[in-house]
Design a protein around this ligand. Structure first.
Ligand SMILES: Cc1ncc(COP(=O)(O)O)c(C=O)c1O
Ligand code: FES
Length: 396
């Protein structure tokens, strides 16, 4: 039986068209893009083309796009570079972010705190949302950067990016957004959204792993993060990952062209899953905003069960899902995002994230809706706590 893959927020399979575009740059045009001879110049032209493709998808200028090694690098680069430069220029040392950011942002902010920066971690509401007013209220004389994610990778809540960008602009503060989960799902437009810096990662929209990009608006002074050669106009040293960059360019072009149809299809499957589960499984609740959420994200907590056991049993039925973000699923700590929306530990542990993609169909949704309820029931039958409430008494 085929695997029903429901972890597209973790990573996605590459599209055959993307692979096809990349292959020649491994074997034929393998030259170093910084050289003058033909096979090097072929590679250079391919990097330039990819830069155009990324710029077009974001409504940016190609000169505003820098290729990186991953979304994590883009986040680190944007935040550290702005912080260090602004503080050197005496503009201040205060950063505003949220408490549901990806660890690429949170750990970078914590690192900067060790260097003497001050960080405000705005608390989200019960839906995982930050209001523009909250952001405005947190602004101080010495605020140099606002970094708020476009959409959350665990619970799918979409942040009011355009409004936050407007506020940042009004106060002349730089605005970075981690757009890793938004690209391909939402209509991201860096100009209309008032974004100064945006991070993205190819493997989240059917491109290759290990390649990302950072958009930096013209006029934003960006210092190099990786020091060395003069690649990426002297801003990001290291021989370009030409096949990866070509793949990123092709993948974002395809994602942008199919975005509306993709979002429509995802939303339909998402809502069928959410309603189907909430209607058939007692003591379950949806995490994240009911409607203002990524079209492909389903995140549900089941009381009285362990997310890990649920994942193992789903895997035995060929369903691949997640119980939190990929990097923390090996740890015993409950997700910081689920705790931030106010879930107590036991509910946070019993959560299931299913993120849909192009390869899913309504048949898959049907299969999940048939397979999941008996698994939850079996796991609950083993739970001593659940035994106590069987009589109909509500404990929590
Ligand atoms: C919101 C968000 N930011 C950053 C990242 C990191 O991206 P990458 O895996 O390319 O380093 C991820 C993916 O795990 C993510 O979901
Ligand atoms: S590093 Fe990928 S989910 Fe955290």
């Amino acid at each position: 039986m085929k695997t029903i893959y429901l972890d597209h927020a973790g990573t996605t399979a590459m599209k055959p068209e993307v692979l096809e575009a990349m292959v020649p740059y491994f074997v034929d045009h393998y030259g170093n893009a910084s050289t003058v001879y033909r096979i090097g110049q072929d590679a250079r032209a391919a990097v330039d083309k990819a830069r155009d493709q990324v710029a077009k998808a974001l409504n940016a200028d190609p000169a505003e796009i820098y290729f990186t090694g991953c979304g994590t690098e883009s986040d680190n680069w944007a935040i550290r570079s702005v912080a260090l430069r602004m503080s050197k220029e005496g503009k201040g040392r205060h950063i505003i972010t949220s408490n549901v950011e990806h660890h690429a942002v949170l750990h970078t902010c914590e690192y900067l705190e060790q260097l003497g920066f001050e960080v405000t971690y705005l608390p989200v509401d019960e839906n995982g949302w930050i209001s523009p007013e909250q952001v405005e209220k947190a602004i101080r004389e010495d605020t140099i950067l606002i970094t708020i994610m476009y959409a959350n990778n665990e619970i799918g809540t979409i942040m009011p990016i355009r409004e936050i960008g407007e506020i940042a602009k009004k106060h002349s503060i730089l605005f970075h957004t981690d757009g890793v989960q938004a690209i391909g799902q939402l209509p991201v437009d860096v100009k209309a959204d008032n974004i100064d810096l945006l991070s993205l990662s190819a493997h989240k929209f059917n491109g290759p792993k290990g390649v990302g990009a950072l958009y930096a608006r013209k006029g934003v002074k960006l210092d190099s993060f990786l020091l060395g050669g003069a690649q990426e106009r002297g801003k990001r040293a290291g021989t370009e990952n030409v096949p990866g960059i070509v793949g990123l360019g092709r993948a974002i072009e395809l994602a942008a062209a199919n975005r509306e149809e993709h979002a429509r299809k995802m939303t339909e499957m998402r809502d069928a899953l959410i309603h189907g589960i909430l209607e058939t499984i007692p003591y379950s609740r949806l995490n994240g905003h009911a409607t203002n959420r990524l079209p492909n994200n389903v995140n549900i907590s089941f009381e009285f069960i362990e997310g890990e056991s649920l994942l193992i049993m789903l895997d035995m039925k060929n369903i691949a899902a997640s119980s939190g973000s990929a990097c923390t699923s090996g740890s015993l700590d409950p997700s910081h995002v689920l705790l931030a929306i106010g879930l107590p530990h036991e509910k946070a542990h019993g959560s299931l994230r299913m993120t849909l993609g192009d390869d899913n169909t309504m048949e898959d949704v049907k299969y999940v809706l048939e397979t999941l309820p008996p698994i939850v029931e079996r796991l609950r039958a083993m739970s001593p706590l659940f035994e106590q409430i069987k009589g109909g008494e509500r404990l929590v």
